[in-house]
Design a protein around this ligand. Structure first.
Ligand code: ADP
Ligand code: MG
Length: 558
């Protein structure tokens, strides 16, 4: 044993530790889920490394996690023979938070403990959750492939700093020893821990073992307490809703149940299993541009990578879950995934699954769908631009505010619009503006109100982008009411046409005066019957940039 060095935690870690201890007191047991899932990840990582270097695993090939309690010492130990960590890895993994956008996230916390604990749940507390129940934590680890004198010991009281030193460690892997707090002594009970493990970790493919004890309390042998079969490899009919929900919480680090899930075994030219979840709440980093995707990739049950971006389009980045392929090679890299027939098939199959389960939700439970829309709708609006093949399916899922509803919440589907529209109407009318009020009060709507024609009111940043890619739905073209010569087609009656001609004659002189006064500030000045109470409005030519798009381009410095 050598001299210890003391290091300070990254500021964000200090904030996280503080918040966690103060806001997760009613959810203490999740520390075990997090630590066992890290041990399971460590086993996955070792198996993956051993694919190219089998020596790494050979001498101790049965990967497992062990959990035990020492009542006298007041400690809980979680021990794995997984990949372990080098000194540098310990420094960065257990001293910093590597997620981008973390400090932004912390700045959003409100101080309201109930609210913050939900946010923290979505953030994923991971290793640091050990401090919910422990007032000091000791980690002893040795990386696979390193020497027995290259072990590393990390210890901390969870305040500002941690100590690090090199140690002898006979076996590879990681032991985590928790010195349990006074107010968490009830966790020093193996049957309690066993209950938590079966609740959260039953589905892990790695055995989670606990000691069998004789009448004197002496440990006799290690025995697995979980079923040890990866959940997604089991038959759907044998898996209960609760098991799906707990599995979701483990992989998504969420405290809440998922909204929906879909478990599919695909056979045929491609063979794969997918288990896909839609969360109830937006992840904390939904709007972070570099945010990670939530799909884990497995090949023949071997974990390959987190955040396999190629497996899900960006507009479905809120989906969590995994895909397990039988066709990809075990040594698949992110580069290979980029352009690969197998990946493409999995991606398109899974996209359809997700769109299908959302459609079903919209049909069966409008209220739940509305909540989904309020949470993730803006992301889904990226879909028509990104995914042409599924445009109609995505369009079906969109919701809009409209003149029919007269409220800001977007609740109108295109199907509802089509159903209401009169037979002679052949277009879907919409307006894009800076805000709901600006859309609602735009003078261009006057004629539509008068004629009782519904207009969709769009006012999100993304809407102009959406509408420039969405040109028709069920063979009806979209038509902006602020663009070009408004031709109401069959909705126009003879009388109105005559009136228009008369108006144009009457105001010929005035139009000329407007044109000379405005000069080249405008393309042209026209008499319109569109307006019923406002004197004038600005419109754009059919092929020109809309005023809204022009503003966006200007804001982007174009
Ligand atoms: P996450 O698991 O989401 O990456 P955690 O906070 O749970 O975040 O863990 C941080 C990192 O610490 C892990 O990514 C991993 O690299 C490392 N780590 C934690 N526990 C172990 C372990 N038992 N064995 C090896 N590495 C571990
Ligand atoms: Mg973790």
């Amino acid at each position: 044993t050598r001299q210890a060095e003391t290091h300070g935690f990254q500021t964000e870690v200090k904030q996280l530790l503080h918040l966690m201890i103060h806001s997760l007191y009613s959810n203490k047991e999740i520390f075990l889920r997090e630590l066992v899932s890290n041990a399971s990840d460590a086993a996955d990582k070792l198996r993956f490394k051993a694919l190219s270097d089998s020596k790494l695993i050979a001498d101790d090939a049965e990967l497992r996690v062990r959990v035990s309690v020492d009542k006298e010492a007041g400690t809980i130990t979680i021990s794995d023979n997984g990949v372990g960590m080098t000194r540098d890895e310990v420094m960065s993994n257990l001293g910093t938070i590597a997620k981008s956008g973390t400090s932004e996230f912390f700045s959003k916390l409100s101080g309201d403990e109930a609210k913050d604990s939900r946010l923290i749940g979505q953030f994923g507390v991971g290793f640091y959750s050990a401090f919910i129940v422990a007032d000091s934590v000791l980690v002893r680890t040795r990386a696979a492939g390193s020497q027995s004198n290259e072990g590393v010991e990390w210890s901390s009281q969870g305040e500002g700093e941690f100590d690090l030193r090199l140690i002898e460690k006979a076996q590879r892997g990681t032991d985590i020893i928790l010195q349990v707090r006074d107010d968490a002594q009830d966790f020093l009970d193996e049957s309690r821990l066993k209950g938590i493990i079966t609740k959260y970790s039953d589905h892990l493919s790695i055995p989670v073992q606990m000691p069998e004890r004789d009448d004197d309390g002496k440990a006799t042998e290690w025995k697995a307490v979980n079923s040890g079969q990866a959940l997604w490899t089991r038959e759907k009919s044998d898996i209960g809703d609760d098991e799906y929900k707990e599995f979701y919480k483990t992989i998504a680090h969420d405290f809440e149940d998922p909204l929906l899930w879909s478990h599919n075994k695909v056979e045929g030219t491609q063979e794969y299993t997918s288990l896909l979840y839609v969360p109830k709440r937006a992840p904390w980093d939904l709007w972070n541009r570099e945010q990670q995707h939530g799909i884990k990739l497995y090949v023949k049950r071997v974990f390959i990578m987190d955040d396999a971006q190629q497996l899900m389009p960006t507009y479905l980045r809120f989906v969590r879950g995994l895909m397990d392929s039988n066709d990809l090679p075990l040594n698949v890299s992110r580069e290979i995934l980029q352009d690969n027939k197998v990946t493409r098939a999995m991606r398109s199959g899974s996209t359809k699954k997700v769109l299908g389960m959302l459609k079903k939700l919209a049909r069966d439970d409008a209220e739940a769908y509305q909540e989904f829309w309020n949470t993730f709708g803006t992301v889904l609006k990226e879909g028509p631009a990104e995914d042409h093949a599924n445009q109609e399916k995505i369009a079906e899922l969109l919701r809009f505010a409209s003149t029919h509803e007269d409220k800001t919440e977007a609740t109108v589907s295109l199907d509802a619009y089509l159903e209401r529209m009169p037979e002679q109407q052949d277009k879907i009318y919409y307006i894009v503006a800076d805000s709901y009020e600006a859309a609602r009060d735009n003078p261009a709507l006057e004629i539509f109100r008068k004629k009782g024609i519904e207009v969709l009111l769009l006012s999100e940043r993304i809407d102009e982008w959406l509408m420039s890619h969405l040109t028709e739905y069920k063979e009806k073209a979209f038509q902006s009411v602020t663009r070009g010569d408004l031709d109401l087609g069959d909705l126009e009656d003879e009388e109105a046409k005559q009136q228009q001609e008369e108006l144009e004659k009457t105001f010929e002189e005035q139009v000329k005066r407007f044109e000379s006064a405005l000069g080249d500030k405008v393309k042209s000045v026209r008499v319109t019957h569109r307006l019923t109470s406002s004197p004038a409005c600005i419109v754009t030519d059919e092929n020109d940039m809309s005023t809204q798009m022009a503003k966006l381009m200007e804001a982007a410095g174009q």
